[in-house]
Design a protein around this ligand. Structure first.
Ligand code: AMP
Ligand code: MG
Length: 351
């Protein structure tokens, strides 16, 4: 169903992108902090994981809705504390310090997520690689800092997911290169969104939307109507190139406009090509639709690195996953399933 709706909207937009609209952000839900007792949808947002986490749920009463939302926020903060590389106290920071020297036993949850990330590395021939940060850690996109050539050359040598040695029995990891640095920024938000949905479901919630920056997951619909998620225009602030009416799906967008600076006309942004240690520059944004947010998060970053043709070919080879790509010239492309449906709709329209 959602695919049909997506197809319909993309069809309209492919042929009239200039009509791109702004996403309606005022959903009409009541803030958990509000003092009224309106029933229906409840929402809250907080800055966590270096982005904005927003949760909306439908519930008969404020107490149950807002305690479910609070549990999600607590979970997001817990995952962030475990996996951030911004703090030296996280489990991941400890791993980065100690794993070049020996096998380091770590919390099973962190071990398992790193293990999952390797599945995506293999699936994408290394386009997705959490050791990107061996070079990525030398950039500061807020301050416009990037590594010099010598630094970069050295750092790139330490990018390779095969440098991670996993001892599954003891949930321990060792780095087979002294300069390896792991960062989970390309997959942790999706993981956290999936965990949040599990928590909401355990609280009895059956209609909800959780988003962490560019990674969102929707359970059910919104009172009989689909949620409408905008695919941002990568170059025009506040504009969208597509509006996706969605239900029961995860959606992730990776874009070169999220965290970047420009130097001599070159855009340096946060998605790194593991083969060069430089920003990947084939496309401007990638949106992935699929069943869970861990997968859509990892694949949006992957397809961004792989570029239009290779990236769409990967998505076309996977079941139940769709992609919408804005290429380097600002043109919109969709994966085969969405394209097929657009053609169907086009034929129906043409009658
Ligand atoms: P997203 O917005 O989901 O595409 O995630 C971007 C984040 O993924 C960056 O901020 C980095 O933390 C991380 N990242 C960048 N390049 C890669 C890569 N090639 N493989 C895995 N993670 C990456
Ligand atoms: Mg991603």
């Amino acid at each position: 169903m959602f695919k049909f709706l997506v197809a319909l909207l993309i069809f309209v937009l492919l042929f009239d992108v200039s009509n791109a609209q702004e996403l309606q952000t005022d959903s009409g839900a009541t803030e958990c902090t509000a003092s009224n007792t309106e029933q229906g949808w409840w929402r809250e947002s907080q800055p966590i994981m270096g982005t904005v986490v927003a949760v909306e749920v439908r519930s008969e009463g404020r107490a149950s809705a807002c305690s479910a939302i609070a549990a999600v926020m607590t979970e997001m903060k817990r995952i962030d504390a475990l996996m951030t590389t911004w703090s030296p106290d996280s489990e991941l920071s400890r791993l980065n310090r100690e794993a070049p020297k020996r096998y380091v036993p770590i919390e099973a949850e962190l071990f398992d997520l790193i293990d999952r990330s390797l599945d995506f590395s293999r699936m994408t021939a290394g386009a997705f690689d959490v050791t990107y940060a061996s070079a990525g850690r030398f950039y500061d996109f807020r301050q416009g800092i990037r590594p010099d050539d010598a630094e970069l050359e050295k750092a790139v040598n330490a990018i390779d997911y095969r440098y991670l040695l996993l001892d599954r029995k003891h949930k321990a990891i060792r780095y087979r290169h002294p300069e390896v640095f792991v960062d989970l920024g390309g997959i942790a938000k999706g993981y956290a969104v999936d965990r949040s949905i599990e928590i909401l479901e355990a609280h009895g919630v059956s209609e909800a939307m959780v988003s962490a920056g560019g990674d969102s997951r929707i359970v059910g619909d919104r009172g009989g109507e689909p949620w409408v998620v905008g695919v941002r225009d990568p170059r025009v602030r506040g504009a969208n190139v597509a509006l996706l009416p969605l239900m029961d799906v995860s959606v992730s967008t990776s874009g070169d406009y999220e965290r970047f600076f420009e130097d001599n006309g070159t855009r340096y942004h946060h998605i790194i090509d593991p083969t060069t240690g430089d920003s990947a520059r084939g496309v401007r944004s990638v949106t992935i639709l699929g069943a869970d947010a861990l997968m859509t998060d990892a694949l949006s970053t992957s397809v961004f690195v792989m570029g239009l043709e290779e990236g769409i070919a990967l998505i076309d080879a996977l079941n139940g996953v769709d992609a919408i790509v804005v290429d380097g010239e600002g043109r919109l492309h969709v994966s085969r399933d969405l394209l097929d449906m657009n053609n169907t709709v086009a034929t129906m329209e043409g009658r």
